[in-house]
Design a protein around this ligand. Structure first.
Ligand code: BES
Ligand code: ZN
Ligand code: ZN
Length: 508
């Protein structure tokens, strides 16, 4: 999808359709808001009639499509609900419009930016929200589809006379937003790739390809190198698969001369069957998305390099396939990890924390980062706790967690904090090794996951994002997730951490 700005009013250009925002009518409001006067004229007064007849009320998610009597395309009115307007409402409305128009012969679409402004939403915020909503909402994974219905190809953000004067500044914001969004779509393509194609070697190859494109250093550690480095966690998890594990490190040198270093570490389980502690068949197919954290790391590094963010960014992907088999690791195994700590494997399905143990320890020892952020589809428990729209943030640095939460709020990728407490630290201790990866009963599974990971970050400032809920959109619940999260991988975390890295110039 091509997305650009135009100085003119939407009504001045020629588009297959144009979209205007409309706030919900208040009790006192009788007349159609004046902001829609131009559209109403084009439609020969149809909007006024629809408004008077309460066919159009401006409720959030409401979308009305009317044909211009002059035959020059359609006019759409997108409800924005009551004020105060949140940028997320705009993002959803834009996604919704693009989705509704698919297969309806609309190739070019304009949004009337001026109609989306409100207290707290300036032109820049509106441009960002519309552009990201359209691009994220219009995404589909088509690699294995032989045919598809025509989709919106060109989106124009029509500024009109008032806003046209600030086109230069808005163009800069748009360019930045589009890099974040394209990086999220890049991550979606990776995470949607089925596990017969997306093996750990394949993911490592994709990282190398990206590294070449960006001109940054990428190092791939294969199973032999991992053996030499005593990465017993990644090796154990990968041992049941014919596709050997990989750890991948990407290094973006940073845009500021003396900026901080941020390590971003991702769980990359290309398929999680549970291993010997095998999962039930129901929903097991979803576990191709268990590589979402590592795929997000690639998207984050891509965004960081293209945006030239100030901090140095180290991306680490811990990739393995978790399968049962004659050589698979088993419950009761003890493995030694990169930092020398030992793990008693009490459940092979708690494999994410086992691969992350090596990756986190390697990142903090080798690069001594100021901050380490990990992204992982770590626990089913977090989906029970926070649902499919919100990720959990845990760790040892409240300020870092808070700043990530703020960045998430800005881009429509919400995080909510969960605590890490001493009893949970105690519960992951093992009788025969340093830590154990699974604890009965399964209460507070997300907290236990974080308490385990804490053993591998030393004293480094650390935030753990458990993104098992929002990393993909499930068909059965699709209507309750935001429209900018269409079916399948969402790329959750890419825009959030990308935004955080952009803003962290101030805090470094
Ligand atoms: N990848 C899963 C977590 C998961 C489950 C994500 C469902 C999204 C939906 C993870 O490896 C896992 O299996 N975790 C176990 C941990 C338990 C054995 C301690 C879980 O959540 O049940
Ligand atoms: Zn698992
Ligand atoms: Zn898993």
């Amino acid at each position: 999808m091509k997305i650009g700005l135009d100085r003119r009013e939407a009504t001045a250009g020629s588009y297959d359709a144009s979209v205007s925002g409309l706030f919900e009518r208040s009790e006192k409001e009788d007349a159609l808001p004046r902001s829609l006067a131009a559209e109403d004229k084009l439609l020969g007064g149809l909007l006024t009639r629809a408004w008077d007849g309460r066919e159009i009320r401006g409720r959030a998610k409401e979308l009305t499509s009317l044909f211009r009597p002059d035959g020059k395309g359609r006019v759409l009115v997108a409800g924005l609900g009551r004020r105060p307007l949140r940028s997320d409402t705009i993002r959803e409305a834009a996604a919704n419009a693009v989705q509704k128009l698919k297969g309806r012969g609309v190739r070019t679409l304009a949004f009337r930016v001026g109609s989306f402004l409100s207290e707290g939403i300036d032109a820049e915020a509106a441009v960002r929200a519309i552009a990201s909503g359209a691009a994220l909402g219009g995404y589909e994974y088509l690699r294995y589809k032989s045919s598809t219905e025509g989709a919106v190809e060109e989106v124009t953000l029509a500024l009109g006379d008032d806003l046209g004067r600030t086109e230069g500044a808005l163009k800069k914001s748009l360019d930045q937003e589009l890099i974040l969004v394209d990086s999220a779509l890049f991550t979606r393509d990776l995470a949607n790739t089925p596990p017969n194609e997306a093996t750990p070697e394949w993911l490592a190859g994709e990282a190398q390809r990206l590294g070449k494109e960006l001109g940054i250093k990428v190092t791939v550690f294969d199973e032999h190198r991992l053996e030499e480095m005593h990465c017993g966690g990644i090796l154990a998890v990968g041992s049941g698969s014919v596709h050997p594990p990989r750890m991948v490190v990407l290094e973006y040198p940073g845009g500021a001369r003396s900026g901080k270093t941020v390590a971003v570490v991702g769980k990359g389980i290309t398929f999680d069957s549970g291993g010997i502690s095998i999962k039930p068949a129901l929903n097991m197919a979803e576990m191709k998305f268990d590589k979402s954290g590592a795929c997000a790391v690639l998207g984050i590094v891509r965004a960081a390099a293209l945006l030239k963010v100030p901090p140095k960014v180290i991306g680490v992907m811990a990739c393995a396939e978790n399968l049962p088999g004659g050589s698979a690791y088993r419950p009761s195994d003890v493995v030694r990890t990169f930092n020398g700590k030992t793990i008693e494997v009490t459940d092979t399905d708690a494999e994410g924390r086992v691969v992350l143990s090596d990756a986190l320890a390697y990142a903090v020892e080798k690069y001594r980062p100021d901050e380490v952020i990990d992204l992982a589809t770590l626990t089913g428990a977090v989906v029970v706790a926070l649902g499919e729209n919100i990720g959990a943030v845990l760790g040892n640095d409240d300020a870092l967690a808070r700043n990530l939460q703020i960045a998430g709020q800005a881009v429509g990728e919400p995080l909510w904090p969960l605590p890490l407490t001493d009893p949970h630290r105690d519960m992951v201790r093992s009788d025969i090794a340093d830590v154990r990866n699974h604890v009965e009963p399964r209460y507070a599974g997300t907290l236990l996951g974080a308490a385990f990971l804490e053993n591998f970050v030393g004293g480094t400032s650390w935030a753990h994002l458990d993104v098992a809920g929002p990393s993909w959109a499930r068909k059965a619940t699709l209507k309750w997730v935001p429209a900018y999260h269409p079916l399948g991988a969402t790329g959750f975390g890419v825009r959030l951490v990308g935004r955080y890295l952009l803003d962290s110039a101030r805090s470094s």
